[in-house]
Design a protein. Structure first.
Length: 395
C-alpha cells in the first residue's frame, strides 16, 4: 500500500496459542478443554512453560512456579513436555509461513514476523492472506495461531496479543492511534510489571495517558527511557523483518595488507574498519555476538587466533572493537610484520541479554536506533560515508 509516496509495510505477527499445550492436545486429543500444564514435575522446583486456556482460568500463567500452579488447580494435568516434538511442530509451522513470504523472522519456536509487503498481487488482500495462513497452520499442523497485522512489528505484536486466542486483527493504516491509545500501558512490549506499577502511581493507566505527557517531562522522569516511551506509545518502530537465518554460524571479515606492516596504529585502524563491516552485517541480520575472534597472520605465514567471549551478547561496534583491540595488543609484537588481519564474530544469537523491563532496555534500544540510522546511511552512500575516528587513519 502506498500512502503519500511512502510504501507502507504489511507485517504479520504470527503467534501460536499455548503452543506446547496445543501440541500435546494434537498428540492426545483427550486433553482438549482440560487444564493442562507443561513444565515437568509439579513437586519439583520448575516453572510453568505453558498452560492451556482452561488452566489459565485458575490464574495460572507461564513462568509461575509449578508448586503454586498445583495449589491453584490441584486437578490440572501436569506434563513434562516433549521438546523434540515441539521442534518438529515448529518446523512444520515455519514451512507454512515460508510459502507466503521470503521474509519470515523467527522469534521463537512458535512466533514469527512475516513481511507481506508487495505480496498483494500474489496472495490477495492481506487480511484474507492472514486467514489462509491461520487455516493452513490448523489444517497442516493441527494448532491454532493468532495473527496481528500492522505497518510495523511493534503494532503487529500488540495486535496479536490483543486477539488471542484464535484471533486475527488488522490495524489498518491510519487507525494506529485509535487502537493503541485506549490500551493499558502494560500492553506496550517492554513495559514490565514494575514500570506498570510506577505508571499507575503517576496516574498513567493507558497508552493515551502516556501520549498526553510532553516528551520533555518523560525524559525528565525516565531519563533515557523517555524517548523510548515517547516513540513506543505512538506506535513508532522502524525495525525491519529480517529473513536472515540464524544458522550463519559466524560473520568474518579479513584483509591481506598491501604491504606487511609493523605499525600498530595502522593495524588497529584496519581492525576497526573490519569490526565495523562485520558489526554492520550483524545488525542487518538482527543478531548479537557473544564470541569475538582476532586473526593475525605474520609475514612468515604463521597464523594466530585469539578469542574472547562476552557475558552479554552485543551488536555494538565499540564493544566489539575494544575486545578486538585488546586481543591485538596482547598478541602483537613489532618483531614480525603482519600480513593479514581478520575478525570473526561467532556464538550469534537472536536475543540480546534478557531484559524484561523497560528501564534496563532503553539505552540499548536507543543505541539500536542510532546504529540502524548509521547502517541505513551506509547502505545508501557506501560504507565509508561513516567511519569511526580510528578507521579514518586508514585512509
Ligand atoms: Mg505463543
Amino acid at each position: 500500500m502506498v500512502n503519500g509516496g511512502v510504501l507502507l509495510r504489511e507485517i504479520l505477527h504470527v503467534d501460536m496459542d499455548a503452543f506446547f499445550v496445543s501440541v500435546e492436545e494434537v498428540r492426545d486429543p483427550s486433553l482438549v478443554g482440560k487444564p493442562v500444564i507443561v513444565g515437568g514435575d509439579p513437586d519439583g522446583r520448575g516453572v510453568v512453560a505453558a498452560a492451556s486456556y482452561a488452566a489459565r482460568r485458575y490464574g495460572i500463567h507461564s513462568a509461575m512456579p509449578l508448586a503454586k500452579a498445583r495449589r491453584l488447580c490441584p486437578h490440572a494435568i501436569f506434563l513434562r513436555g516433549s521438546h523434540g516434538v515441539y521442534g518438529d511442530f515448529s518446523r512444520r509451522v515455519f514451512k507454512v509461513l515460508e510459502k507466503y513470504s521470503p521474509l519470515v523472522e523467527k522469534m521463537s519456536l512458535d512466533e514469527a514476523y512475516v513481511d507481506l509487503t508487495g505480496c498483494q498481487k500474489l496472495h490477495g488482500p492481506v487480511l484474507e492472506t492472514a486467514e489462509r495462513i491461520r487455516n493452513e497452520i490448523k489444517k497442516e499442523v493441527g494448532i491454532n495461531a493468532s495473527i496481528g497485522i500492522a505497518s510495523n512489528k511493534l503494532l503487529a505484536k500488540v495486535a496479536s496479543a490483543f486477539v488471542k486466542p484464535r484471533g486475527i486483527l488488522w490495524i489498518a493504516p491510519g487507525k494506529e492511534k485509535k487502537f493503541l491509545e485506549p490500551l493499558p500501558v502494560g500492553r506496550i512490549p517492554g513495559v514490565g510489571p514494575k514500570s506498570f506499577e510506577r505508571f499507575k502511581r503517576m496516574g498513567v493507566k493507558t497508552v493515551g495517558d502516556l501520549v498526553a505527557l510532553p516528551k520533555e517531562l518523560l525524559e525528565e522522569v525516565y531519563g533515557k527511557s523517555g524517548n523510548w516511551l515517547y516513540l513506543k506509545s505512538r506506535g513508532i518502530c522502524t525495525s525491519p523483518v529480517s529473513g536472515h537465518e540464524e544458522d550463519s554460524r559466524s560473520i568474518s571479515r579479513e584483509t591481506t595488507l598491501e604491504t606487511d606492516s609493523q605499525d600498530a596504529r595502522f593495524l588497529e585502524s584496519t581492525l576497526s574498519y573490519l569490526v565495523e563491516k562485520a558489526a554492520t552485517q550483524l545488525r542487518a541480520s538482527d543478531l548479537f555476538v557473544r564470541t569475538v575472534t582476532l586473526k593475525l597472520r605474520t609475514a612468515d605465514f604463521k597464523t594466530v587466533t585469539r578469542s574472547h567471549t562476552l557475558k552479554e551478547p552485543t551488536s555494538e561496534d565499540h564493544v566489539i572493537f575494544n575486545i578486538a583491540v585488546n586481543l591485538f595488543r596482547k598478541r602483537f609484537t613489532r618483531k614480525t610484520p603482519v600480513r593479514l588481519v581478520g575478525i570473526s564474530l561467532s556464538s550469534l544469537t537472536r536475543e540480546s541479554s534478557v531484559q524484561t523491563d523497560l528501564f534496563e532496555q532503553t539505552s540499548h534500544e536507543q543505541r539500536d536506533n542510532l546504529y540502524q540510522g548509521i547502517d541505513r546511511i551506509r547502505s545508501k552512500y557506501g560504507f565509508r560515508s561513516i567511519l569511526r575516528g580510528t578507521s579514518v587513519h586508514k585512509e
